[in-house]
Every structure is written in C-alpha cells, then in structure tokens.
Design a protein around this ligand. Structure first.
Ligand SMILES: Cc1ncc(C[n+]2csc(CCOP(=O)(O)OP(=O)(O)O)c2C)c(N)n1
Ligand SMILES: [Mg+2]
Length: 309
C-alpha cells in the first residue's frame, strides 16, 4: 500500500484497528472468542500517533485495553485473532487472551489485566536501556485510572530521579469503568506529573493522529538525545462499554452528547473517500486472520505448563 502523505498512512492504520475491533464485535456472540475484550474504538488515533514515530526496537508496554497498540506497533493480525480464539498459534499460545497480548519481535512487550502494573516494567526496561546504552526509547501506555495507583507515582519518581529514557503516555478517556474522572481525582494529571520534574504535554485533540504523532515524535527525539523522561496526556473517548462489545450510553452513567461531539471530529467517520479506498485491503487482511484463527489447533495438554514460571 502506498500513501500520498502521513495523514493517509495514519488513517489507514487507525481504520485497520477499528475494522479489526468491529470484526471482534461481529464474532463475539458466537462464543468463538475465548476472552473478555476491552475495545479501543474511538481511541485508535492515539495508538497510531504514538507508534508511528517509534523504532521497531523501542519497547512499548500496554494495558489490558491494547488491541490498538498491539496492531499499531506492528503485531500481526493473525497472531491477535488466534490469541483471542484461544488457539496455539496466538502470540501467547492461546493461553492469555485479549488482556495479555505480546509481540516482542516488534517491541510490543506485553499488557496486563492489573491496572498500572506494566508501568514499572517499562521503567525497568528503560533503566536497562540506559545502562546498556542501547539508544532505545521505552513507552508505557496507561489510562487515567492507572494514575491513581501507588506504583504509578513510584515509577514517575524513579524515572525522573535517574533521567530514564521513557515516555509516559496517559490515555485519558475520563473514565475508570463507570467512574468519572471528576468524581475521583483532586489533581490535574499533567500538573501532578510535572511536580516530579518531568516535562509534560497535554493533547486535547486525541482524535487527531497527526497531532499525536507530531507531539510524540518531538518527545521521543528529546528522550533519545538523553533529556530524560517525558509525559504526554492525550484526551480521548471510549465509544463502547468498559468491557465487552456493547454500547452503554443507556446505562445512566454518561450522556450521549460527548459521544456525538467526539464522533463529529473522528476522521474515520468523516472521510468516506479514504474509507472506501482502504476498506477492501483491510477486509482481506482481517478475513485472512479470522480464517487462520478458525483453522488453527488448540493448545494441547503438553502446553499447559509451558512458559509457566
Ligand atoms: C490493581 C487493579 N485495581 C482495580 C482493577 C479493576 N479495574 C479494571 S479496569 C479499571 C479501570 C481503569 O481505568 P483506566 O486506567 O482509566 O483505563 P481505561 O479502562 O479507561 O482504559 C479498574 C479499576 C484492576 N484490574 N487492577
Ligand atoms: Mg480511563
């Protein structure tokens, strides 16, 4: 696929993620996907804007809501669908599911169901990169809810103290499950992170993959030349329910207005010519991945204790 400009390339990558998650929604009622799913529909621009400026060897650590980052970092569509199906050909051998995707061959180091738990993993990887002088930039992606965990604060402090090559990337969708940010936090996420002496930036237009790409590109350059950690907060909006394939605007904890406002800015919903141009290739790749997952074998009993420490 050739692209006329960066906007088109990022658009393609974001659309690829959205269509993959929409396929998950279609398949899910058949019970062939053996895993709870936390979808990123509405948040894809952040994943593509963050991953595009990275090198393949730059490690990225995700959260349990990581299909988008797995794919944007270069993880294979086949590997992801096979993992969701619980098949032996999945990236984690079919034993881990949606919340524990991994593709270390492209620097997607893993994701975890335990909120904030991959943040210190990333800081440890950044310490190793600094000591070994590998030139890598490590990225840790987490939600606004994760900033309420103690280990998040310990990680920021340690990274600032040792001037580690790590980018903290907060996907602020304003929600932790059903709890609104304004009901939970007395602090501003960026303002608080800055008190550790970390340079912070806020991106309010989290639907704009080019803007995210530019901000992250500048931060990554600064980290790579040895300026220490950086912190970026991207505002975003989750279209689906917290976990599962449904919509939850009728449940009573959030109104529809902000969804409609966000969708009015969403490039994937507002540039039909690009959608039409890119959809066939994306559909072929997803069809192939689903077929691969369906025809793959289950892990056998001999796999039960493999990779179990
Ligand atoms: C240590 C820990 N505490 C609580 C939970 C339950 N839990 C799962 S998701 C979630 C909300 C996290 O919100 P956020 O970090 O903003 O991520 P988002 O789901 O919005 O992407 C909570 C509290 C958990 N999985 N792990
Ligand atoms: Mg959140």
């Amino acid at each position: 696929m050739t692209f006329a400009n960066p906007h088109e390339q990022l658009f393609y990558e974001a659309l690829r993620i959205r269509r993959a998650e929409e396929r998950i929604i279609e398949i899910y009622p058949t019970d062939r996907i053996q895993s709870p799913v936390h979808l990123s529909i509405g948040q894809e621009a952040i994943a593509v804007g963050v991953c595009h400026p990275l090198r393949i060897e730059d490690p990225l650590f995700g959260s349990y809501r990581s299909h988008a980052f797995f794919l944007a970092k270069g993880g294979s569509m086949r590997s992801m669908f096979a993992e969701l199906y619980g098949k032996a050909t999945g990236g984690s051998g079919g034993k881990a599911g949606s919340m524990h995707l991994t593709a270390p061959e492209v620097g997607f180091m893993g994701s975890s169901a335990v909120v904030a738990s991959t943040i210190p993993n990333a800081v440890g990887a950044a310490l190793a990169a600094q000591r070994r002088e590998t030139g890598q930039v490590v990225v840790t992606v987490f939600g606004d809810g994760a900033t309420e965990e103690g280990v998040y604060h310990e990680s920021l402090n340690f990274a600032a103290l040792h001037q580690l090559p790590v980018l903290f990337l907060c996907e602020n969708n304003g929600l932790a499950v059903h709890s609104k940010l304004s009901d939970r936090q007395a602090y501003g996420i960026c303002e608080h992170a800055a008190t550790y002496g970390i340079t912070t930036q806020r991106c309010r237009e989290g639907w704009d993959f080019v803007r995210v790409n530019d901000l992250v590109g500048q931060a990554v350059e600064a980290i790579r030349r040895g300026d220490g950690p950086r912190f970026i907060e991207c505002r975003t909006y989750r279209y689906q329910e917290h976990v599962g394939i449904g919509c939850d605007h009728d449940v009573g904890y959030r109104p529809r207005g902000p969804l409609e406002a966000w969708q009015a800015n969403d490039p994937l919903l507002n540039e039909p010519a690009l959608v039409e141009a890119f959809d066939p290739a994306i559909r072929d790749e997803i069809d192939d991945a689903v077929q691969f997952a369906e025809s793959s074998p289950w892990p056998g009993p001999e796999q039960l204790l493999a990779d179990v420490a």
